[in-house]
Design a protein around this ligand. Structure first.
Ligand SMILES: C[S@@+](CC[C@H](N)C(=O)[O-])C[C@H]1O[C@@H](n2cnc3c(N)ncnc32)[C@H](O)[C@@H]1O
Length: 270
């Protein structure tokens, strides 16, 4: 059965790497490097260290799990990914890299399933969601589950979309945005203005909240990289359709101040 999140992103990467995010393009010029840079930014904002126990929601094909383990030297990782093909790929990747315990600890499951969270032996010190929370069925529910299961004073860190402050939800542009969200399997309720996003975090029991707008180093860079990959004949016909539409859409949403892309971190209170 075909999946929306599958192994298609392999075509965007250099051999051996399997990232699937929008990338952080401040200095990177290649897709795999930009994706790794976005993951590094997230790990740094989360404050990962050798004591960290990481729950990774939406870990893709596993490159980021290796980054937490090898670069930040975290104590343990576990997590869930809705995609069967990506989870199988990530398990094999971790096992090959010499992390059999991590390979066994990651699951193919929906992050909205509370059992996924209680399956863990320890409470995580960190819950991470790299470029995926906007795809979750309900992001507020994700915040609530993370808050419930994090250790006291644990950190939630994610990269995510929100509406630009000046964007009006009654506008014609908003109708176009809604169409695009539907096409991209993103629940409309997940895309909110920054003040609402902040309130959702506060109301689910988070404090010490930091939201940093990194759009200028994400959205145009991704669009440009797809253009380059296409021009160099690196994309299949289906890849050209899928990524070209996404790239052009992000360029438009950035230029017209419709969406913003941010790195967010928050601490569990009480
Ligand atoms: C844009 S990809 C990002 C992948 C990866 N984090 C990366 O940076 O390369 C979104 C990821 O979220 C996962 N995902 C989407 N909905 C999910 C859900 N409800 N539960 C768990 N994972 C989900 C997808 O399978 C995919 O791996």
């Amino acid at each position: 059965m075909s999946e929306f999140h599958d192994l298609a992103e392999l075509a965007l990467n250099r051999e051996g790497e399997t990232w699937g995010n929008l990338g952080y393009w401040q200095t990177a010029t290649e897709y795999s490097d930009a994706c790794r840079a976005l993951a590094l930014l997230l790990g740094e904002q989360a404050g990962l260290n050798p004591q960290s126990v990481v729950f990774d929601a939406g870990f893709g094909c596993g490159d980021q799990l290796l980054l937490w383990l090898e670069h930040f030297r975290v104590a343990r990782v576990f997590g869930a990914n809705l995609s069967r093909s990506q989870t199988a790929y990530a398990k094999a990747k971790l096992a090959r890299a010499g992390f059999p315990a991590a390979a066994a600890a990651i699951l193919q499951a929906n992050i909205s399933d509370p059992e996924v969270w209680s399956a863990a032996l320890d409470r995580p010190s960190h819950v991470l969601a790299l470029d995926c929370a906007y795809h979750f069925p309900n992001r507020v529910e994700f915040f609530a589950l993370a808050q419930q299961h994090l250790a006291l004073e644990g950190r939630l860190a994610l990269t995510d979309f929100m509406l630009a402050d000046q964007h009006r939800t009654g506008s014609f542009t908003h109708r176009l945005l809604r169409w695009m969200l539907k096409r991209s399997h993103i629940a409309e309720a997940n895309i909110v203005h920054r003040d609402i996003y902040l309130r959702q975090l506060q109301q689910t029991g988070f404090g010490d909240i930091r939201i940093t707008d990194i759009s200028e180093h994400v959205m145009p860079g991704f669009a440009h990289s797809i253009h380059t990959l296409r021009r160099n004949g690196k994309l299949s016909w289906s890849g050209r359709v899928k990524y070209n539409v996404t790239g052009r859409f992000l360029e438009w949403a950035y230029r017209r101040s419709i969406l913003r892309y941010c790195v967010i971190s928050a601490t569990k209170m009480g």
